[in-house]
Ligand binder design. Structure first.
Ligand SMILES: [Zn+2]
Length: 241
């Protein structure tokens, strides 16, 4: 289910990834774009279904979207994503990591669990210069960071909350309009837009870099330092050119 106005996006065919979601209006960083809704099934039931992708909910269950209903399940994976999954009250929201521009395709890291994801089956064709070639995440990120983040966000009574939803995940009564930045996400400026110029003589802190990328949606060019910051990774590493 989309939570942004239907006039803000279009679903279109892409060259090599099936359908995708493209913006027709700029979106601010942190905007809650949608909620991943669907039927709650076991992993075995998912394998028997004709739906290619579902969203992993926990070790036992998946959320299977209705393939005929246009929802956030139409958003493709990218290794240079502009959106992310955000655990919230037992749901998985899709949020804008940064300002996203009209014409850009929405994307997020699918974070396919390395335990279930055969790399060749989940091949990635996102075209990012640092494309990993796969939608499968690393063991380190999956087990050390992502699982911990889910528990932190969903709270201790997560399991109980999940059980209370039954077999079909209904929409929540209320959604936040925006969420704050989380350093667990890789954050990249748009590769389609030109970088903005920053006159600083010293590289600002990672907190400031993230804030600038999130607000402007762009890469940051530091002519006095001779570098362009493309992104800040979850582990604090900078991607520069
Ligand atoms: Zn990729």
């Amino acid at each position: 289910m989309f939570l942004i106005n239907s006039s803000s996006y279009k679903i279109k065919k892409t060259k090599n990834k099936g359908r995708g979601v493209f913006l027709t209006k700029d979106l601010e960083g942190g905007t809650v774009i949608g909620d991943y809704l669907g039927k709650i099934v076991s992993h075995e039931e998912e394998e028997d279904s004709n739906v290619f992708y579902g969203m992993t909910r926990n070790d036992d269950e998946m959320i299977l979207p209705d393939p005929d209903t246009a929802g956030v399940n139409y958003i493709n994976h990218s290794c240079a994503p502009n959106c992310a999954m955000y655990p919230y009250k037992g749901h998985m929201l899709i949020v804008a990591l940064r300002k996203i521009f009209t014409g850009e395709e929405l994307s997020y890291l699918y974070l396919v669990d390395p335990e279930e994801g055969l790399t060749f089956y989940y091949a990635c064709k996102c075209g990012a210069p640092w494309c990993r070639g796969s939608m499968v995440t690393s063991w380190e990120y999956s087990k050390k960071f992502w699982d911990t983040f889910i528990v932190k966000k969903q709270g201790k009574d997560y399991a109980k909350k999940l059980a209370s939803f039954g077999k079909e995940l209904p929409p929540l009564k209320a959604y936040p309009k925006k969420v704050k930045d989380e350093t667990i996400y890789d954050l990249f400026g748009s590769l389609k837009k030109s970088p903005i110029t920053v006159a600083d003589k010293k590289l600002p802190s990672k907190v400031i870099l993230r804030k600038k990328i999130r607000e402007t949606g762009r890469r940051l060019r530091f002519p006095k330092i001779g570098t362009t910051v493309i992104g800040v990774l979850y582990n604090g590493l900078l991607i520069t050119s």
